[in-house]
Design a protein around this ligand. Sequence first.
Ligand code: UDP
Ligand code: MG
Length: 344
Amino acid sequence: MNNLETLIPKKNPVPTLSFVIPCYNEEESLPALLDALSKMSDHLQTTGRIAGPAEIMLVDDGSKDRTWAMIETARQTHGATGLRLSRNQGHQAALLAGLLNADADVTISMDADLQDDPTVVEQMLDRYREGAQIVFGVRGARDTDTPFKRITARGYYSVLQKMGVDIIPDHADFRLMSAKTIQALDSFKERNLFLRGLVRQIGFQSAIVTYDRAERVAGESKYPLRKMLALAIEGITSFSIRPLRMIAILGFLVAGLSLCYAIYSLAVWSLGAVVPGWTSVVLPIYILGGVHMIALGVIGEYIGKIYMETKARPRFIVDEITRPVAGAGRKSADSAAPLGIAAE
Ligand code: UDP
Ligand code: MG
């Protein structure tokens, strides 16, 4: 024994685990997902990484297909917990609902389509045992992405970093979080949710594991370009006011240029030259008109955010929550009331 030993972070005990999976129209992926998670749960238990079978928390985000019916069946067959939102409220809201209602020492959130490699879960739990409270799953290669997604993703992370947003590039929402970090996350009451940014704000000891993202096991992406853009803008405007500052800087630049132009105009006038003037008058009007509109748009985006935040609407609304039937899973009967509007 030497003094160094006391500096090594105290290890966390073997935890209970909850997988939190937001599902939107995932009837095609669910069978493979449930099989993979059950196998993983058994494996983690036999290797002594978790205490008891893992909770499988499936959040139905207002699916229009048979997703909820399948989740109810999975309650019997796989001992799954089902949480049904009252309508489609978006991936981030569904994820938060699942995290806040999970009942375990640690949660691991992942997509329903098995793109997030469940075998990495082992490493996540090992990092937790070593002391990390949050473990980020970071994608190694982007081979399974289209070139468009690869380029836009790279551009996006670099813009975010330039805007001063603290974010881990190529980390989406495949993440281990301990119960106390979820409690801390819950103390952020904002409606505009960008969880991967919020999680960086709460601090705590963290670690990273890398994995290669697989193809979707079945079905299609539930993130069309429109939703992706909305999330991208959310990421910037929820964590940085640099765009507003950039407008001010742009204003100074334009004012400086205008001053130069004013001096030039006076010089030409004093030399007696006649300026025809049409182009030099019309062009700045159009250009400045455009610049003004962009500036107003950016300011408007922030005002819109203030508007939504002041309404303080619930971040998600739970329709029902079904705990596993006796013998099918770790828990034995319906328990605590869901955290939904009441929690806000
Ligand atoms: N999802 C959701 N609500 C939505 C959109 C998506 O709960 O409105 C879920 C979806 O079922 C999946 C996860 O969020 O489990 C990520 O979506 P997807 O895999 O389609 O996104 P991609 O991996 O293509 O970016
Ligand atoms: Mg996916």
